[in-house]
Every structure is written in structure tokens, then in C-alpha cells.
Write a protein that binds this ligand. Structure first.
Ligand SMILES: *Cc1c(COP(=O)(O)O)cnc(C)c1O
Length: 377
């Protein structure tokens, strides 16, 4: 189908939440009505059931939900007693929140470069960044594919460091036979609406097999208290609400199905791109099940291509246009040598992907890209 023949009146969205809602409307509306009728909105039965169901899904012992994915990282750091003056190794190629959480509790993010194949933390480059002040490593499983998490955990164990896995983009992704978020001391995730498991508002959670950590985070998320008006420590107000938990309980049942539909859509893109030499499709590591939170290609002339796609009513995103170490908020940390992070940043482009995406839309996207490169020769 050529660009001209295509009758796509609406914009091709990067993610289509309406399409998903249409498939689960009845269940969602019923779940929401039940919460409304119960008048129980905070830390009630839906939150408890959702936490149990998610722990079952992940095959981990404890899940504690909270207000959002950023708070999940803050709570995890607090529970591990990390704070002022400590250093935490993470990546600059991520959403700002990962490093913001580290800085928010008074610690210093130390940026590690990424690998060119999966855009995840490069385990080989971690060791040189460890100092006496280093307390933890926070790898991010970017775009929906696990980092080399076993190497990261092995290194951390040898060096006496904690590992917090930021799984906001990779809930349901595996490394070998285990789900991400269950390798390190703590896993964190976000239920921001556009994530693979998204609420209809904000939400987040931590996962752990450590009872003490789970208990501590349960206290921290609600003012350091587990008995009304009795406070054991200074905490936060960061809770998942019952409405969001009810929505997430419905959606969790479909997560694996949705993730495999994303994977099918990704495979189709990669198939369509096979003769377009300018496009480098994402790599899928053989021991991982990439769940394609983003389908991110690398191309020359990226900004021009993005403009061209925009003119053709195709939404795309640059995940992320400015690496965290170059953000104004972190310039005070000084110079950082991250050649791969900086190089990748100028070439990446994330294309529309979601479980319900239609083949003809994908064909239209690829055709538009193909025509762009034919024109530019
Ligand atoms: C979305 C996201 C977060 C933050 O989640 P919020 O729920 O928006 O606070 C953190 N880390 C990564 C990698 C993310 O993609």
C-alpha cells in the first residue's frame, strides 16, 4: 500500500489506549462501579488482591504498591537505608525519574554507559565506577528488554552492593526463565497509563523476596504507620488507590497476551524493514523475551525522518532526546564520559506500537520511512 492510497484520516498514534479500552470496557466499568459502591478508596481489598496477584505472576514473595514508579524507586532506596552522600550507579539513557529518585533522597547518581546492541547498562563498565561511597546499582530494563541482569547481580554481590531493577518498561519481560524485577534485592515498576501494564491514572509498585524490606516499604508508603495515628518512622504518602488497583486487576490477566501481541507487531516491523538498509531494527537477545514497550530503530538523518513522519500523520518519539547527564538539573555533577549513550541519542526513533496495532498501519509507517530514504539518496 503506498502513501497515497492509504486512507488514514486519524493520526497514527504512538500508543492507542482507546483501542485497548474497547476490548475490556465491560470488565473495567464493572470493576470501577464495584469500588464506587464500596466507598472504600484507600488500601482496601482491591489493593491487597492486586498485590497478591502480581506477586503470583512474578513468582516473588512480596509486592507492595505505591503512588507511582518514581516513588517506587525512592521507597526502595529508603528501605535499603541509602541516603545523603551515597552513590548509586545507574544509566543516563533512561527516563529522568530513575536518577531523580536517587537525587531526591540525597544520594548521587553515577552514570554508566550502555551497550550498543540492547541500549541497556553495560556490565563491563560498572566496575570502574565503584567507589567507597557506592551503595547500589539501578539498572533499567529499557524499551521492554532485560539488561544483562545476571552479570549485574553477580558483580553487585561480589562488591557488596544492592541491586534495584527499574522495570517500568519491562513488566513481564524475562531473562532466561525468570521475570525481571526478581533478580535484584528489589524490583520497581510504574503503572503510568502508557506502560505495558497501565492504570487509568498514576500507580507503582515494588517487588522483593525480603520480608523486612516489604514491611519497611509498607510502613514508608503510609506515613510510617501501620496502626492509625501510631507512627514508627517518618515516611511518605504514596499509595495505589482502590480504583487503580481494580483496573490493574482486570488488566494483569491480559498482560502476557498483550505483550505477545506487541512482540508479533515488532516482528512484523522487523520483517518489513529487512530491505531498508538505513534502518537498524531493535535486537532481540536469544535469552530474553523482549516485550516491546517501545519499538526503537536507529537511522541516519533521524530528525528529518521524524519531521517527514509527522507530516504523514505518524506520531513518533525520541526515547530520550537529552540524556540525563546533559539535563540542566544534573549539570552540577560535572563531566561524564558516555560515548555510546550520546551517540545512540542522535539516531534513535521509537515507532507506534501497541497490542492492537493493525498490520496496514505498520505497512504505512514502513512505506513512509522507505520513501523518505529513497528520496534522500
Ligand atoms: C515511567 C518510568 C518511570 C517513572 O514512573 P512514574 O510512574 O511516571 O513515576 C521510571 N523509570 C522508567 C524507566 C520509566 O519508564
Amino acid at each position: 500500500m503506498s502513501t497515497k492510497e492509504t486512507k488514514i484520516i486519524n493520526k497514527v498514534k504512538i500508543v492507542d489506549l482507546d483501542a485497548q479500552y474497547e476490548t475490556i470496557k465491560m470488565e473495567i466499568n464493572e470493576a470501577i462501579s464495584k469500588v464506587l459502591a464500596s466507598s472504600n478508596f484507600i488500601l482496601g481489598p482491591s489493593v491487597q488482591s492486586f498485590e497478591e496477584e502480581l506477586a503470583n505472576y512474578l513468582k516473588c514473595k512480596y509486592v507492595v504498591s505505591c503512588g507511582n514508579g518514581t516513588d517506587a524507586i525512592i521507597l526502595a532506596l529508603k528501605a535499603l537505608d541509602i541516603g545523603t552522600g551515597d552513590e548509586v550507579i545507574t544509566v543516563s539513557h533512561s527516563y529522568f525519574a530513575t536518577s531523580e529518585a536517587i537525587a531526591q533522597i540525597g544520594a548521587v547518581p553515577v552514570f554508566c554507559d550502555i551497550r550498543e546492541d540492547d541500549y541497556n547498562i553495560d556490565p563491563v563498565k560498572i566496575k570502574g565506577l565503584i567507589t567507597k561511597k557506592t551503595k547500589a546499582i539501578i539498572p533499567v530494563h529499557i524499551y521492554g528488554q532485560s539488561c544483562e541482569i545476571k552479570s549485574v547481580v553477580d558483580l553487585a554481590n561480589k562488591q557488596g552492593l544492592f541491586v534495584i531493577e527499574d522495570c517500568a518498561q519491562a513488566l513481564g519481560a524475562r531473562y532466561e526463565d525468570k521475570l525481571v524485577g526478581t533478580f535484584g534485592n528489589i524490583g520497581t515498576t510504574s503503572f503510568y497509563p502508557t506502560k505495558n501494564l497501565g492504570a487509568y491514572g498514576d500507580g507503582g509498585a515494588i517487588f522483593t523476596n525480603d520480608l523486612e524490606i516489604a514491611k519497611e516499604i509498607k510502613l514508608l508508603r503510609t506515613h510510617g504507620s501501620n496502626k492509625r495515628y501510631v507512627h514508627e518512622l517518618i515516611g511518605f504518602n504514596s499509595r495505589l488507590d482502590e480504583l487503580q488497583a481494580a483496573v490493574l486487576r482486570v488488566k494483569l490477566k491480559y498482560l502476557d497476551k498483550w505483550n505477545s501481541l506487541r512482540r508479533e507487531a515488532a516482528d512484523y516491523y522487523t520483517f518489513l524493514f529487512k530491505d531498508i538498509t538505513e534502518v537498524k531494527p531493535p535486537c532481540i537477545k536469544p535469552n530474553c523475551n523482549h516485550i516491546f514497550h517501545q519499538y526503537t530503530i536507529r537511522v541516519p538523518n533521524r530528525n528529518k525522518l521524524q519531521e517527514e513522519l509527522d507530516k504523514a500523520y505518524i506520531d513518533t518519539l525520541i526515547y530520550y532526546p537529552i540524556p540525563i547527564h546533559k539535563q540542566k538539573a544534573f549539570l552540577h555533577l560535572g563531566k561524564t564520559n558516555l560515548p555510546v549513550t550520546e551517540k545512540v541519542c542522535d539516531e534513535i526513533l521509537s515507532l507506534p506500537i501497541y497490542p492492537e496495532i493493525k498490520k496496514d498501519i505498520q505497512q504505512y509507517v514502513v512505506e513512509t520511512i522507505k520513501q523518505f530514504f529513497e528520496k534522500s539518496i
